[in-house]
Ligand binder design. Sequence first.
Ligand SMILES: Cc1cc2nc3c(=O)[nH]c(=O)nc-3n(C[C@H](O)[C@H](O)[C@H](O)COP(=O)(O)O)c2cc1C
Length: 332
Amino acid sequence: MYKSLVRPFLFLFDPEDIHRFVFDGLSFYKYIPFARKVVRSTTHSAIELKGLKFKSRIGLAAGMDKGAEVYDELSDFGFGFIEIGTITPNVQVGNPRPRIFRLVEDQSLISRTGFNNPGLPVILKRLANSNDRNYILGANINRDSTSSGEQLEADFLLLFTKLYADVDYFTLNWGSINPDDFEAVLLALTGYRKTQEEQRKIFIKLPADIPMEVLDLVIQLARQYHTDGFIATGPTMDRRGLKHLTPDEGDKIGAGGVSGKGLGDKSLKIVQHLANLVKGEFIIIGAGGVMTPKDAVAMIAAGADLIQIYSAFIYGGPGIVKSMDRALTKKH
Ligand SMILES: Cc1cc2nc3c(=O)[nH]c(=O)nc-3n(C[C@H](O)[C@H](O)[C@H](O)COP(=O)(O)O)c2cc1C
């Protein structure tokens, strides 16, 4: 029904306009009597990792609910964890629109949103009632686009300390700041964490195009600063996986990272590499190109403990979450 009726209608409109329409609908849906009870149902692939209880191994990747508007409603679809953000201290407008492009035949997206979000104060207000949850909530954080040097570190520390009480984990994107700054940020955040009774987890999200020798450096830093896990991966800059995109169409779209099926097996390979080196020591979250229940099973078989999706939710609809969850508990 989603693919034959709903999706063709939604795909008639600009991706961000339809995103707004769906989010407005979701914020209204909780007021419809019994609607949440009907949508919610039990999940099967529960797992406990480093003291965090995930009701399902399928999570929502960063970038869908950048402003923490409907994370609670989205959890009804069966996600075991939801990552809000990327959140920055102050409101960011991001890149000019259009900045998200659907490549339907390739089941992919090209995006260059540029971390648009309403900023920390707005998000803190929206999180005020987030404590009564049966799912794990994470916050992907980054500096304001204008911050560098000491201000960069101060931005991360501000986000970390202010959001600390409201979320279960934080994600830092490797590649969005330089390695020296990244280390300074890790030092500041883990220093603050040591002073706290509750130890919030810190995950490092890897770009899909990370060279293997750089990955080894990231693992070394993760060990040194006792972070908790990796998200592998974000989008790729490599467009060779887009079999239906002509060079002209690609030029017309312009810059942007590829998400969805066009990532091919890049993320899977990084998960395999990570699993060989750090399985059991760090939580491994496989993200990128997981489009079907079969892909989810393959990602877990490659060594991921958990999975995050973005494009599969757009192309497969909300039902994909439970289909993946069920596939992970079937005997193979
Ligand atoms: C439109 C769009 C916006 C995104 N925004 C963010 C973001 O703000 N922060 C982030 O870490 N990742 C962001 N991502 C990357 C996703 O979280 C995810 O890592 C990537 O899309 C690969 O997963 P997928 O193949 O399931 O889509 C975004 C992706 C898309 C398509």
